[in-house]
Design a protein around this ligand. Sequence first.
Ligand code: AMP
Ligand code: ZN
Length: 369
Amino acid sequence: MLAIESSCDDSSVCLINRQPGNTKLIDHETESLDSSAVGGIVPTDAKTHHQGHIAPLVQRMLHRNGLQKVDLVCATRGPGMMGSLSAGFNVAKGLSVAWNVPMVGVHHMLGHLLTPRFFSNGESPEYPFISLLVSGGHTMLVLSKGILDHQVLANTVDIAIGDMLDKCAREMGLKGNMLGKELEKLTQVDTQIPADFPEDLKFPNPLYNQHGRVNVPAFSFAPFISAVKRASKVHFNDQLDKIPHEAKVEFGRQIQGAIFHHLTTKVLLAMNQAHDRDDIDLEKPLDFVASGGVASNQTLRQTLGESLPKSLRYHFPDPKWCTDNALMIGWAGIELWEQARIHTDLAALNKAKWPIDQILSLDCWISRD
Ligand code: AMP
Ligand code: ZN
């Protein structure tokens, strides 16, 4: 099986050998667009990046592994940036025509949430399980009861958590391609809190029972950047990038902590509400997957473990498989092909927005039965 992921800024290709009882990743390669100089992903640059990289990645991988063709082609159909998606999806369509093999158009978030199942050959986690998908483009808590049965328990009302971590890190003068990761690195430095560090830095906990709203099962990250800008102005003379290193580390810890605190309070609230509706039983063991780029953050993993019910069994994919990759698309494609017994008609178009609870509502699915 050959899989292609190109929903955002990573061109990723892999080969998987699927045999009953034994699934092996044969090869995997990713070429990421470097946006560090631009300060954010420019959609047209991402599309051009994929157009220039995906076909050569596929060609090199097939040559390297002495393969002329495969039995199944999988590619991300959505959600994501249209230009990026179409660059990978159209290569997959071409290969499907040339090799006369079926293609599966995969839902990107399905890929993230099924990732741990690849590493257990489809055995664990078993349904039902919960997934926290935290990335540069998404923040959602999902209850999965089957390959095609997903319920969104909480979603962001504005931007994604990774996007906000990146914005805050940029405001603090951090440099790099994955600013959320740079922020984590900064906070891991072992320093003392400076004696003159302001005590009253105020970071918000958005949607927290105010303005008449009570127990809203949703995330909101947009207010954090205003708080960072306000703190920068009030306490640091708008020179956050020039403050002493120890102060920057402490500032980073506090902002990252506030963002993760908001995330975990809302996860807990949404899970308790699902428990009260009898959708889940928090008194029994329940599998909990945390995936997407932000899920590789060690502080977040620890905060989740400390704040959520003790009955949860955590699945944290290796950081390499938390960020966008072709393995997750390949595995989700295999599960769609084998369990849901569906594949995708070549007339299928990409979808920028595609709710995870409506996988089958898109056109162009073909049943194998
Ligand atoms: P994805 O959209 O899944 O490719 O993930 C990319 C997002 O994850 C970006 O916003 C990154 O800044 C963020 N990210 C990656 N690694 C980390 C980390 N260790 N801590 C926090 N955020 C991270
Ligand atoms: Zn992703």
